[in-house]
Design a protein around this ligand. Sequence first.
Ligand SMILES: *Cc1c(COP(=O)(O)O)cnc(C)c1O
Length: 455
Amino acid sequence: MKRAMFQLDQKDMPNHWYNILPDLPEPLPAVLHPGTGNPVTPDDLAPLFPMGLIMQEFSPEQYIEIPEEVQEIYRIWRPTNLHRAYALEKALDTPAKIFYKYEGTSPAGSHKPNTAVAQAYYNKKEGTKRIATETGAGQWGSSMAFGCALFGIECKVYMVKISYQQKPYRRLMMNTWGATCVASPSTDTKAGRDMLAKDPDCPGSLGLAISEAVEDAAGRDDTHYSLGSVLNHVLLHQTIIGQEAMMQMEMADAYPDIIVGCVGGGSNFAGMYLPFVKDKINGKKPDLRIINVEPESCPTLTKGLYAYDFGDVAGMTPLLKMFTLGHDFMPPPVHAGGLRYHGMAPIICHLHKLGLVEARAVPQMATFEAGIQFARTEGIISAPETNHAIRATIDEALKCRESGESKTILLAHSGHGHFDLAAYDAYLSGKLVDYAYPEEKVKEALANLPKVANQ
Ligand SMILES: *Cc1c(COP(=O)(O)O)cnc(C)c1O
């Protein structure tokens, strides 16, 4: 079986991140202050983030230099490789050419360290001693623990209690990198104590863990808050993926017709496609298709409403204009923990509204079927999140088999699934089921959107 991998030299690693903001055909809607309803100012965000990151959030610069210290750490695993999936193509008997860029070789096993390292750097530079953050299944918490360890910053992670109890391995990674991890709701914050008083057995939620981490950071001078997806600066840091992929596709003498990836908050996939969207906007590749894949159980882009909403359950964060299922949306317990967020990166939502990208929801069972076919051909056991993207990639390749077209498909592969084998066990032993989020429930959650003038 033919195999091919496209490797960049370390000296060819991009030394700038790409910022889409100045290239957007229409400006991104403003972020609003939850109290006044006015656009937020950098000063409003200063208690939570270092100024270096706040400036990136609103930057008009097309390219932003990656600091040398961050580049040095990226070189532990970057540039990541691009592969041609010859074996998968053969198994599907498709004329399509499938390429995938694999982010699973980072120390934490996904794309998330690309931003964790950058965020730790800007915090360190401005004297932050301690970072508070939240995590669901532990992917973000472990990435931030890694970033903080390398810059000597104390790290406190509020981990959703049910995952804290059921998924010990990513918690142990956090401890190994020196972070403190507590189950949320915890007794360390008012938000946590209030919830425990109401319901001592509360299993926790990502929204509540965000409220705890934000309260922790806002209440201490030595501490900042950190978010692993959704915000513009997080997507910016991930654009190293797409810039590398562009060079590697050139090495392969190819350019994608279709780019496919999974979206939770949207950071890994936006990081892949934002440099390509530029080609679509400026007319270099106007017919490029970009498919954002999400679970049927959390159908943010396909069933949500485009409106201003909070980023957390408690309503403490600024208001973001995004496709949302409502900030009090309670996600069903599907295995792709990283894809269970009620909102979506405002940049992705804006591009979707402008018709520059498309969205698709896929059922859980079919994603594991696709992930297993990928493992048995390409070898990699993928994260359940990534399996969503693999499903849509295979479906597009099968359409090519029907039509006889030889399209070039580029898959954003966000990480490995070595800590998610319990989910594979559930699938292989026939215990997994599909769950599509009911339309009535979407309506219910959307009834509680914050009231904003000019919504
Ligand atoms: C966290 C995570 C995701 C989802 O997050 P995005 O911000 O949408 O990229 C996807 N894949 C993996 C492997 C993850 O860990």
